[in-house]
Design a protein around this ligand. Structure first.
Ligand SMILES: [Zn+2]
Length: 303
């Protein structure tokens, strides 16, 4: 048995995972990153101890930690993470000192991809790319059954493919990145500009409201969605052209929409890829939701 941890800017999720990739016990708590890394790491350690106790203290072989940001995997250090405001934190060593088991760290989006690949929508494929639509667009690439990491482990920055040169300003300082048009945040921004949320306070705008308007076939929502699925398909077609994967797994809140999102995206991707005669990659929605990163983190050494 292993422990998987998904450390996010808001929430810490922990799971005890068995050899069949099932979470048999889980716990969740707030990250409270304003308290600083030391406090967060002590809290994570405490959560793990409590979880193990609840499960009758089974022996575990290691802890896998999914974490956003730039990492040094060999040293087990978070070099820099904007989401949790960490810089040069030797998180693996510190957790190991508390819990006396080996600890490994991997990018959280890569962990989610690994989880879906092993136990979710990616099962049975050998080449899979997970694309997670949220505030930005995250990704994870599975190549021949393993995470493709690149030289520094930064191969998954797929949200910053440039779609519109000189387009919307991105958080990465470039303009026109894919996530400026196809993230959930971008969808809501476009919908707001098109008047879909007329009369709704800014604080109450969310994806659920948008998809309600879409299901009611409101003209503005239909137009925004048409353009949104175009942008989603542009980026996915690029990924297919470069990697020729067997499967694309869509994650994030929008994946709950299932066929409503998938049907137009599949159709558009088919028209945009280079080899139109070729059988296109399956485009499916994630099935594990927030459990994906926990299961993937717990199986970092299984690949
Ligand atoms: Zn960017």
């Amino acid at each position: 048995m292993k422990i998987g941890i998904d450390l996010g800017g808001t929430t810490i999720s922990i799971g005890l995972v068995n050899d069949r990739y099932e979470i048999i016990e889980k716990a969740e708590g707030l990250t409270c990153c304003e308290e600083g890394p030391e406090a967060v790491i002590v809290r994570m350690g405490k959560m793990v101890r409590e979880l193990l106790q609840k499960a009758g203290n089974p022996p575990i072989s290691y802890i896998g930690l999914g974490c956003p940001g730039v990492l040094d995997r060999e040293m087990g250090t978070v070099i820099y993470s904007n989401n949790i405001k960490w810089q040069q934190v030797p998180v693996c060593q510190k957790l190991r000192e508390q819990l006396q088991v080996p600890v490994y760290v991997e990018n959280d989006a890569n962990c989610a991809a690994m989880g879906e690949y092993l136990a979710g929508a990616g099962r049975g494929s050998r080449q899979m790319i997970m694309v997670t639509f949220g505030t930005g667009i995250g990704g994870g690439i599975i190549f021949d059954g393993k995470l493709y990491l690149g030289r520094h482990g930064n191969s998954n920055i797929i949200g910053h493919i440039q779609i519109e040169k000189g387009g919307r300003e991105c958080t990465c300082k470039r303009k026109g990145c894919w996530e400026c048009y196809a993230s959930t945040r971008a969808l809501l921004l476009s919908a707001k500009q098109a008047g879909v949320f007329a009369g709704v306070d800014d604080g109450e705008i969310n994806g659920h409201l948008f998809f309600e308007a879409l299901k009611e076939k409101k003209e503005a929502a239909l137009c925004v969605f048409e353009e949104y699925t175009d942008y989603v398909a542009e980026g996915i077609a690029d990924l297919i052209n470069i990697f020729d994967p067997e499967r694309i797994v869509i994650g994030g809140g929008v994946s709950a929409q299932g066929e409503l999102l998938l049907a137009p995206v599949r159709e558009k991707v088919k028209q945009k890829i280079y080899f139109k005669e070729m059988e296109t990659a399956d485009i499916v929605c994630s099935v594990l939701a927030n459990d994906a990163a926990v299961i993937g983190a717990a199986n970092l050494l299984s690949q």
